[in-house]
Design a binder for this molecule. Structure first.
Ligand code: CA2
Length: 154
């Protein structure tokens, strides 16, 4: 069995490619998820993609990762700037979480400059467009030790 990685996208990311192409690009969420599956396959990872506009769904899925995944790529959208519940879930999950933001949140409005998620993330990728998801998968693949890969693939 291959190591499982959850790719979790938060509120409004279902609108990718449909609005604000100047900020978020023209790829749709379906494009992002398909690309992640292809990249994941090349890295020997099994990719599971989910999106929700609801904070509690993200909390549930991060909790689920504790037993069902070896890592998480998380773009929590606007909840990154507000959600202590997501921080607590990441702490409890105990698996590496790589935080992704498509846009450079530091070059945008002041309220986007701080992310609660960053303090508990294993890594943060910001402002690289949708390539950020691919970079996050590469980072996670490197963090999964050869021993872990061996154990999982038996
Ligand atoms: O840059 C990112 O990836 C963000 O997480 C995107 C969030 C935003 O609240 C964060 O500050 C940064 C918003 C996602 C909204 O996505 C849309 C896509 C197309 C049209 C409208 C919204």
């Amino acid at each position: 069995m291959k190591p499982v990685v959850f790719i979790l996208n938060g509120p409004n990311l279902n609108l990718l490619g449909l609005r604000e192409p100047a900020v978020y690009g023209s790829a749709t969420l379906a494009d992002v998820e398909a690309r992640a599956r292809t990249v994941g396959e090349g890295l020997g990872l099994e990719i599971e993609t989910r999106q929700s506009n609801h904070e509690g769904d993200l909390v549930d899925w991060i909790q689920e990762a504790r037993t069902a995944a070896q890592g998480v790529v998380l773009n929590a959208g606007a909840y990154s700037h507000t959600s202590i519940a997501i921080v607590d879930a990441i702490r409890a999950a105990g698996v590496p979480v790589i935080e992704v933001h498509i846009s450079n949140i530091h070059a945008r409005e002041r309220f986007r400059h701080h992310s609660y998620v960053s303090a508990v993330a294993a890594g943060v990728i910001v402002g690289c467009g949708i390539d950020g998801y691919e970079f996050a998968l590469q980072a996670l693949a490197r963090r999964i030790t050869p021993l872990e890969l061996e154990t999982i693939s038996v």
